[in-house]
Design a protein around this ligand. Structure first.
Ligand code: SF4
Length: 590
């Protein structure tokens, strides 16, 4: 296409003359291009998002909310919270390759593969409803889809429109998509109150996400060492049932009903007043987080999980999973069933909690406040002598940061409280400030999109802190931020020579190739784990048989919640266990 060149001597013009000249040339070029494309006739018609039928409160009883895309543990507790708040709710199946292909068929070209998998999965599910005899209009009227949205900067920003496009192309035009916005909190795209974000709903979801994360980590932590094959899955399913029952059936706290009668009576007289709503909300928070049913349910689950017998002397490499948010969470074709494959190959998988990402988002907002302190769009800080304005800016800044720091502390505190209540074997959330410190020299921590600097930082963190023998990064085909991270990871690997790091692109095809690459790296990690175990036996002067005999004589050591301290420089569970046995024997503890 011919391009107009600005070939005039700008340096001979004054600055306002050159600005005018540039604007004139730009207008000329714009007009030329518009005429070439046939866009210069008629009034300009901007795109407007088509109005969507709202999801109203009256429909709650007959409309089913669909959602999915996480692990079965997260999904089950989230479903229980929806149900507890009075919604009909169904979990979508785990996305598979045929969903991916449907996503490609009905969506735009050039999307990243989580878009194809998740969009196609929704279409596939709606088609399955149709094949079960439901009419298209019934499906459109009686189902809505709940998902996360974002304004980017990566293709996450396009998900909402991709869902709408694919639904339209598949003949489900008008199907409603409700969004949970990454940056703005919760919003119903329909703008209506069919899905109402109450204090009970918010707190329930908060608990559900944390419980999902911790139970997910624990199952991967215990199952590789189970003494009786299949018992972990069985017990975890029962435990999840118990947690779901608690989340679904617990009565929400109401001040006018649940406070002692003399107080409740007073409250009833002022029900609906601003102060009463505040007090009720605060008491709801207290009850949700510290209430008796919650504590009792956690204790029951703790005891249930404690019935699984483990053999900690099985030598297994620990593989830390990092990568793109969706690819590192899904448990199906979207990452080639990678966790199942790794366990089958003899590894212990260390999964990533969603909590890290939530903490990352809070941390990034704090960082933004720090960077933009006192600077409105295009402005500069007022001069030093304007003390009043400066003090106002300082106060506003400190107030905003303090609120977020409080949110950070509450989130972390609650997460760790559940970890402790369930036996203290799941990891604590990784400190975001440390991750930023580790990742920033390789990947600018202000660069947003996807996992930002986290992929690089986690690789260094887990390798350096002796928490994993190998780090496996699952990155979807066409993922912009993950591709950037890959570039930075080569610098990381050259700086940390002992690291076993493998990036795998999960393209929806090529499973055999991906598995065989993982097998090769895993072979190296297995050798590392075996060598480490042998060294620990030698250092401690123990034999495997001696260790087994001691554990047989002390059956409490076969319980999954038994606390084995981490020995510096030792990664594997079996190796750490040997070091602990040596300590325990030396101390002469029975
Ligand atoms: S992080 Fe990557 S895979 Fe995920 S939505 Fe963004 S571009 Fe797509």
């Amino acid at each position: 296409m011919p391009v107009t060149r600005i070939d005039f001597p700008l340096d001979q013009l004054t600055s306002s003359q050159s600005e005018e000249e540039i604007q004139r040339k730009l207008a000329h070029e714009r007009a030329r291009l518009a005429s070439m494309m046939g866009l210069d006739s008629g009034p300009v018609r901007h795109f407007r998002r088509p109005a969507e039928k709202p999801f109203t409160a009256e429909e709650r009883g007959k409309v089913t909310i669909l959602f999915g895309g996480l692990t079965w543990k997260h999904e089950r507790v989230i479903q229980a919270v929806f149900q507890g708040c009075g919604y009909n709710c169904e979990i979508l199946p785990v996305p598979n390759v045929s969903a991916f292909q449907l996503g490609k068929e009905y969506g735009n070209n050039g999307q990243c593969n989580p878009t194809y998998f998740t969009v196609g999965n929704l279409v596939q599910f709606l088609q399955s409803l149709e094949s079960r005899g439901l009419k298209k209009q019934e499906i459109i009227d009686n189902y809505v889809f709940f998902t996360a949205g974002s304004c980017g900067p990566c293709r996450f920003g396009m998900y909402e429109s991709e869902y709408r496009l694919a639904l339209q192309n598949a003949g489900f035009e008008g199907f409603r998509v409700l969004l949970f916005q990454q940056n703005d909190g919760v919003k119903a795209a329909s703008g209506e109150a069919g899905l109402k974000f109450t204090v009970d709903f918010g707190l329930g979801m908060f608990n559900a996400l944390n419980l999902g994360d911790i139970m997910n980590e624990m199952i991967y932590r215990i199952r590789p060492y189970e003494a009786e094959k299949g018992k972990t899955d069985r017990v975890f399913h029962e435990a999840m049932d118990a947690l779901c029952t608690m989340l679904r059936d617990r009565k929400p706290f109401e001040d006018h009903e649940d406070l002692p009668e003399w107080m409740a009576k007073k409250i009833r007289a002022s029900k609906g007043a601003k102060w009463e709503i505040w007090v009720n909300s605060l008491l709801k928070v207290r009850e949700q987080l510290y209430g008796k049913p919650y504590k009792e349910a956690l204790q029951a689950v703790h005891d249930q999980l404690g019935t699984i017998e483990v053999d900690r002397l099985k030598v297994k490499p620990v593989v830390k999973i990092i990568g793109e948010f969706w690819a590192q969470i899904t448990e199906g074709d979207g990452n080639f069933h990678m966790f199942e494959f790794l366990e089958r190959e003899g590894a212990q998988v260390l999964v990533e909690p969603i909590g890290t990402w939530i903490m990352y988002m809070i941390h990034q907002v704090i960082q933004k406040y720090k960077d933009f302190k006192g600077l409105e769009e295009g402005a500069v800080l007022p001069p030093m002598w304007k003390l009043g304005t400066r003090a106002k800016i300082e106060f506003g800044y400190r107030q905003k940061v303090a609120k977020l720091k409080l949110a950070e502390a509450i989130f972390k505190g609650e997460y760790h409280k559940i970890v402790k209540a369930l036996g203290g074997i799941a990891h604590h959330l990784t400190d975001q400030y440390e991750l930023q410190r580790l990742g920033h020299p390789f990947y600018n921590s202000r660069a947003g999109g996807g996992e930002g600097h986290l992929e690089v930082a986690k690789n260094i963190y887990y390798s350096n802190k002796d928490l994993a023998h190998m780090v496996l990064s699952l990155k979807p085909f066409g993922c912009m931020p993950s591709t950037q991270s890959d570039g930075a990871q080569s610098a990381v690997v050259s700086n940390y020579k002992d690291m076993i790091y493998l990036p795998i692109e999960t393209s929806g095809e090529g499973e055999i190739n991906a598995h065989s690459r993982v097998q090769m790296a895993l072979g190296e990690a297995k050798n590392k784990a075996k060598k480490e175990f042998a060294e620990c036996l030698e250092r401690s002067g123990l034999t495997l048989e001696g260790c087994r005999a001691y554990v047989d004589a002390h059956p409490e050591m076969k319980r999954p919640m038994y606390q084995v301290p981490h020995t510096k420089g030792v990664v594997g569970s079996a190796a750490n266990f040997v070091m602990h046995l040596a300590e325990r024997m030396k101390a002469g503890r029975n």
